[in-house]
Design a binder for this molecule. Structure first.
Ligand code: IDP
Ligand code: CA
Length: 422
C-alpha cells in the first residue's frame, strides 16, 4: 500500500500558533441560523467568544488564581459521543491587562458512550465520576467552584428514544450537581448537529490561526463520528450559497463580521450507523472480492442522502475522528502525528483490504467495509479522488474537536447572564 508523504505535519507546524494564542479573538460570537429562502434571519446562540475587553470582563466574573500576576482559570467540557465519553479540561491564563490565552488542555476518553447505558442508567454514573476525578486532579481545589462544568451529547443520544435520553441526562446532572464545580441548569444537553459542526469549525480555525489573521483563508472541517458526520466550510462563491438546500447555511457573527457557513450534520451517516445500515442487507456474501458488493451496498445506503457542494474543491479541509482513525489503522498516515492523504487513497486502500481479506486479515473485521464507506462518502460530498485532506488529532497539543469551540460559547453565555448589558 502506498505510504503517503506526511505533508500534514509541515502544514500544521506552519499554521500552528503557540498555545497562548489570544482567546480574545473570539469574544462576542453570535450565531445565527441563516435560511437562504428567508430574508429574516432567525437568531440562536451557539459559539462563544468576543472582543478582548469583554473576555477580560468575563475573566473577572470567573475568578481565577493569580500566578506571578497571571490569572489562571478553567473550563470543563464533556463530549458524550455515540462511541465514548471524553473530558476536555481547558486552562486559560490571563496576564495583567491582557486578554486570556488558552494555555493547556487535559483530555481523557472512556468507552462505551453514554447511550450504551440506556437500559441501566445507574451504571452510567461511574464513568462520568471517573472523568470528573481527572478534572479534580487537574484543577487546583480553590478554583473548583468557579470552573464551569458542561456536558454535551451528540448522535448517540440524538438517536435514542427521547425518554431514555432524558433519563441519562438527568443522571449526569445529578452527578454534576454533587460535584464541587460550577454547574448551571443548562449543564447537560443534547447538542444539535449544526452547533456540533460549527463549534468544530471554530476550534480548527482557532488552532490553525485562520481566525486571527485578517485575510487569511479559513479551512474546512470534516468530522466522522460513530452516529453522525459533519461538514463545515466558509463558502467564497456566491453560487455555493445559492445552490445550498435550506438548512445547510448558518451564519456566525464574529468581530463585526458575519461568516455565512455551509454546515450540515448527517445523522445516521456516522461510521457505526453506516455499518448497521450496510450490514442490514448483506447475507451470505463470499469472503473474497468483497469490494464490489460492498460498494453497491454503500451506494444504496448513501443514495440521495448527501448534498454535494462544488466549492469543496477549492477549500483546504481538516478531517478528524474516524477519518483519522481509519487512515491511521492501515498506515495511510502516522498514528501519532497524523498527516495528509488524497481522497482516492481510501478507495485504493478499500480495494486492497477487501481483496486480501483472507491472505492478510486486517486488524479490524470491518476494515474493508469502513474504507469503502469513507471513500464513497467523501466522493458523495463532492471531493474528487485527487483532493488532499489534512488529518489531525491535535493541533498544538489541543484536540481537534467541537469541545473547544463549545466551551468558548458556554463561557461567553455565562458572561452574558452575569452582565446582561454587555
Ligand atoms: O476529542 C477527541 N479526540 C480524539 N478523537 C475523538 C475525539 N472526539 C471524538 N473522537 C473520535 O470520534 C470517533 C467517534 O465518534 P463519536 O463517538 O464522537 O460519535 P458521534 O460524534 O457520532 O457522537 C472516534 O474515532 C473517536 O476516536
Ligand atoms: Ca464526535
Amino acid at each position: 500500500m502506498r505510504k503517503i508523504p506526511n505533508h500534514g505535519n509541515l502544514r500544521v507546524a506552519r499554521v500552528a500558533y503557540p498555545l497562548g494564542l489570544c482567546v480574545g479573538l473570539f469574544i462576542y460570537v453570535a450565531y445565527i441560523k441563516w435560511h437562504r429562502a428567508s430574508a429574516t434571519q432567525a437568531f440562536f446562540s451557539i459559539a462563544g467568544a468576543a472582543s478582548g475587553m469583554q473576555w477580560g470582563q468575563q475573566a473577572h466574573s470567573l475568578p481565577g488564581t493569580p500566578m506571578r500576576g497571571h490569572e489562571v482559570f478553567y473550563g470543563i467540557m464533556f463530549d458524550a459521543g455515540s462511541t465514548g465519553t471524553r473530558v476536555h479540561i481547558f486552562q486559560f491564563t490571563q496576564p495583567p491587562g491582557e486578554t486570556p490565552s488558552l494555555t493547556h488542555e487535559t483530555f481523557k476518553a472512556l468507552k462505551p458512550g453514554l447511550s450504551a447505558y440506556a437500559d441501566d442508567v445507574e451504571k452510567s454514573a461511574q464513568g462520568i465520576q471517573e472523568l470528573l476525578d481527572v478534572a479534580k486532579q487537574d484543577i487546583p481545589s480553590d478554583l473548583w467552584k468557579a470552573t464551569p462544568l458542561v456536558l454535551k451529547a451528540t448522535a448517540g443520544l440524538r438517536l435514542l428514544p427521547g425518554e431514555k435520553a432524558q433519563k441519562l441526562l438527568q443522571k449526569v446532572k445529578e452527578v454534576f450537581k454533587a460535584s464541587p464545580f460550577l454547574v448551571g441548569d443548562d449543564c447537560v444537553s443534547i447538542m444539535n448537529g449544526t452547533d456540533e459542526g460549527v463549534s468544530a469549525w471554530i476550534t480548527v480555525n482557532f488552532l490553525t490561526g485562520s481566525l486571527k489573521t485578517p485575510g487569511r483563508s479559513s479551512v474546512g472541517m470534516l468530522d466522522l463520528g460513530g452516529g453522525s458526520t459533519q461538514i463545515t466550510f466558509l463558502p467564497q462563491v456566491e453560487g455555493t450559497l445559492e445552490a445550498s438546500p435550506p438548512g445547510y447555511l448558518t451564519a456566525l457573527r464574529m468581530f463585526n463580521r458575519t461568516y455565512k457557513l455551509y454546515s450540515y450534520s448527517y445523522l445516521g451517516l456516522g461510521l457505526m450507523s453506516a455499518r448497521l445500515a450496510i450490514l442490514g442487507g448483506v447475507e451470505g456474501q463470499p469472503v473474497a472480492s468483497l469490494h464490489e458488493p460492498c460498494a453497491n451496498r454503500v451506494a444504496e445506503v448513501l443514495r440521495n442522502k448527501v448534498h454535494r457542494a462544488e466549492e469543496v474543491l477549492q477549500v483546504d479541509f481538516y478531517a478528524f475522528s474516524y477519518y483519522y482513525d481509519l487512515a491511521a489503522s492501515i498506515g495511510l498516515i502516522d498514528t501519532e502525528k497524523g498527516g495528509s492523504l488524497v481522497v482516492g487513497d481510501f478507495e485504493m486502500a478499500a480495494k486492497y483490504v477487501c481483496r486480501t481479506l483472507e491472505t492478510r486479515p486486517p486488524r479490524s473485521p470491518f476494515a474493508c467495509m469502513d474504507l469503502t464507506y469513507v471513500g464513497m462518502l467523501l466522493q458523495e460530498l463532492g471531493f474528487p479522488r485527487d483532493k488532499v485532506l489534512q488529518l489531525t488529532r491535535k493541533i498544538d497539543n489541543v484536540e481537534t474537536s467541537w469541545a473547544l469551540g463549545a466551551i468558548f460559547h458556554y463561557i461567553d453565555s455565562l458572561n452574558r447572564q452575569q452582565s446582561p448589558s454587555s
